[in-house]
Design a protein around this ligand. Structure first.
Ligand SMILES: Nc1nc2c(ncn2[C@@H]2O[C@H](COP(=O)(O)OP(=O)(O)OP(=O)(O)O)[C@@H](O)[C@H]2O)c(=O)[nH]1
Ligand SMILES: [Mg+2]
Length: 248
């Protein structure tokens, strides 16, 4: 049965891309609410969101919250949760581009049709040979993808949500595996996301360092063993994945 969907967009220093996921969410049929959290950005993220919302009046309920200081992605999700009215949450990162509303529609439909409790957007055409090889070895695209649908109650049930940081996705995976909540992999077309090395506040080197810190944080909150057990579990789900079919 179809239920209400609230989109959560956490953003930290994403002035150049923040309007992309907002636009995608506004243009997607099954979206009832959009909750944007500016996680204490030092750039123009907040003013750009305000201006954009002023220029794009909508019937969809939109909540915009600003942290007075940076607290991390999962803390931003925690803040958003106290505003969420939907029974299902669609998480969208703020650094994405070209995620088409028709594809998001299909993603949401697949989640409800398959009666899943969490659905992960797993791109079927990762660009670049290096990305493909890294993804084959680590499974990072399917395990860590930030674009996912999840039952709101699952997010509310996660312990220590506020302090999970980048371990949020791995913790969500583990919770669903342990509680036997159905996980769906949705094979959707490529959409662009800005990697850290290309973000305005990072150089090539500090971007790479940020990725090392992100990996350390993920491992610290779970373990390498847990991660690769999840990879095995998810690989089995692949045979039942839903593939996006374009109308053209
Ligand atoms: N880096 C970072 N991102 C945050 C924070 N708070 C909220 N976010 C948002 O969380 C989302 C994911 O953060 P990213 O740093 O892009 O992490 P990622 O997408 O897992 O990693 P990349 O592959 O480098 O894009 C983005 O929408 C960020 O803007 C924070 O404190 N630090
Ligand atoms: Mg990102």
């Amino acid at each position: 049965m179809r239920q209400s969907v609230s989109v959560i967009i956490p953003a930290f220093n994403e002035a150049t891309t923040i309007t992309n996921p907002i636009q995608s969410a506004l243009d997607t049929k099954g979206v009832d609410q959009i909750v944007i959290v500016d996680d204490g950005s030092h750039d123009e993220t907040a003013s750009i969101v305000r201006e954009y919302l002023k220029q794009h009046p909508t019937d969809t309920q939109v909540d915009f919250i600003v942290h007075d200081q940076n607290k991390g992605k999962s803390a931003a999700i925690q803040t958003a949760l106290s505003h969420v009215t939907g029974l299902t949450v669609l998480m969208l990162d703020a650094d994405i581009k070209d995620l088409e509303p028709t594809v998001l529609d299909a993603f949401i439909n697949a989640y409800f049709e398959k009666d899943a409790r969490m659905a992960i957007y797993y791109k079927y055409d990762e660009h670049g040979l290096t990305e493909k090889i890294v993804d084959m070895i680590t499974g990072a695209e399917m395990l860590l993808c930030g674009e996912r649908l999840v039952e709101t109650q699952i997010l509310r049930d996660l312990s220590e949500l506020e302090s999970l940081g980048y371990a949020l996705e791995v913790r969500l995976n583990q919770y669903c595996i342990d509680q036997q909540k159905k996980i769906l992999l949705f094979r959707g077309p490529y959409f662009y996301h800005v990697i850290k090395q290309k973000k305005q506040n990072y150089s090539q080197l500090s971007g790479l360092w940020a990725n090392v810190k992100m990996t350390k944080q993920i491992i610290a909150k779970s373990s390498i063993g847990t991660y690769f057990r999840q990879k095995r579990y998810f690989s089995k789900l692949l045979s039942e994945a839903v593939w996006y079919k374009s109308a053209n």
